[in-house]
Design a binder for this molecule. Structure first.
Ligand SMILES: Cc1cc2nc3c(=O)[nH]c(=O)nc-3n(C[C@H](O)[C@H](O)[C@H](O)COP(=O)(O)O)c2cc1C
Length: 314
């Protein structure tokens, strides 16, 4: 019994990572927008088991998002055009943060604004709250007309945004990158030069689907963001490219469905990963993935999962 307990402790220790100065109990983080503010998901899984939770993108005032239909399932992924619906910063702090703080996990606040000043204001308010471990800048949402992608698609825009958010944030700042650009490394580099503490990538890829009977698009916004298994090879290649271009730690995401996918992302260079579509498809996959990582460490005699980060053999 004592030996079993000791072995469990060792295995748990094996998954611990440190990213941007933050200690995570394991590298499994819930991606923004796919677990709301954690309440619903907590009915299915124990949120104490995950390394971190990223909130739905928060703006200063509440937003309704885009009209339906705004989710469409394709053969290998999900198209969404939610349009950053959220409760607003004030309501999140008052009604949702106290609930999330009850769990022994890191809370990352994903933020969004129509202007740089709005990003700054949201970052200032949230980073001052006890319990928020990091700010993640969403400058990569393809589903909104203003803001979102606007600041994330050029090195100059991304650099300026990071610099301004950093100037007010009391916690580390993570810049979330879009795959819908011609050179992701340039944007990663600009973010690093402007003071980002970490990068997360990728957000969804622009995609569309058509109803052939009505000849209408499946989404009210015509195009949307594609996530899930379809984008995994793209995401993996981008993580690897960015890893070679900057020294910042990376939170890798995009189509991760099982623990083997996680290991691929870590070997490519991610220090941690985030699960989005996988959680929407099967909330229990989170636990299966964490257990899968523990088994991988045990089977391969890996003392710390950090050993595999960026260990790609070419
Ligand atoms: C329904 C939905 C809502 C999302 N909302 C946000 C958001 O508010 N902010 C953000 O940065 N990313 C958002 N994303 C992107 C995810 O966080 C993630 O980057 C992307 O889905 C790729 O990971 P996945 O393939 O594991 O889902 C959203 C994705 C989906 C599917």
């Amino acid at each position: 019994m004592v030996a079993a307990k000791k072995s469990k402790k060792l295995v748990d220790k094996c998954l611990q990572i440190k990213l941007a100065g933050i200690r995570f109990k394991n590298p499994v983080i819930l991606a923004s927008g796919t677990c709301g503010y954690g309440k619903k998901l907590s009915e299915f899984i124990d949120l104490n088991t995950v390394g971190g939770i990223t909130t739905k993108g928060l703006s200063l005032k509440p937003r309704n998002g885009n009209p339906p239909p705004r989710i469409y399932e394709t053969s290998s992924g999900v198209l969404n055009s939610i349009g950053l619906e959220n409760v607003g910063t004030e309501k999140f702090i008052k009604d949702y943060l106290p609930f999330l703080k009850k769990f022994n996990t890191k809370i990352i606040a994903n933020i969004f604004g129509n202007s740089i000043d709005e990003y700054k204001e949201v970052a200032k308010l949230l980073s001052a709250e006890d319990g928020i471990s990091a700010i993640e800048i969403n400058a990569s949402c393809p589903n909104v007309k203003k803001g979102g992608m606007e600041f994330g698609k050029t090195p100059k825009g991304a650099g300026k945004l990071v610099e301004k958010v950093k100037s007010v944030s009391k916690v580390p700042v993570i810049m979330k990158l879009s795959p819908n650009v011609s050179n992701i490394e340039e944007i990663a580099k600009a973010s690093e030069d402007s003071g980002a503490d970490a990068l997360s990538l990728i957000n969804t890829l622009v995609g569309m689907a058509i109803d052939t009977k009505t000849r209408k698009p499946r989404l009210s916004t015509t195009t949307g963001g594609l996530s899930g298994p379809a984008i995994k090879p793209v995401a993996l290649a981008m993580v690897w490219k960015v890893k070679n271009a900057v020294s910042l730690p990376i939170i890798g995401m995009g189509g991760i469905m099982n623990s083997n996918d996680v290991i691929e992302f870590m070997i490519a260079g991610a220090s941690a990963i985030a699960l989005g579509t996988a959680v929407m498809v099967n909330p229990y996959s989170v636990i299966e993935i964490i257990n899968g990582l523990k088994s991988y460490c045990k089977e391969n005699k890996i003392v710390s999962i950090k050993e595999i980060i960026g260990s790609l053999q070419i």
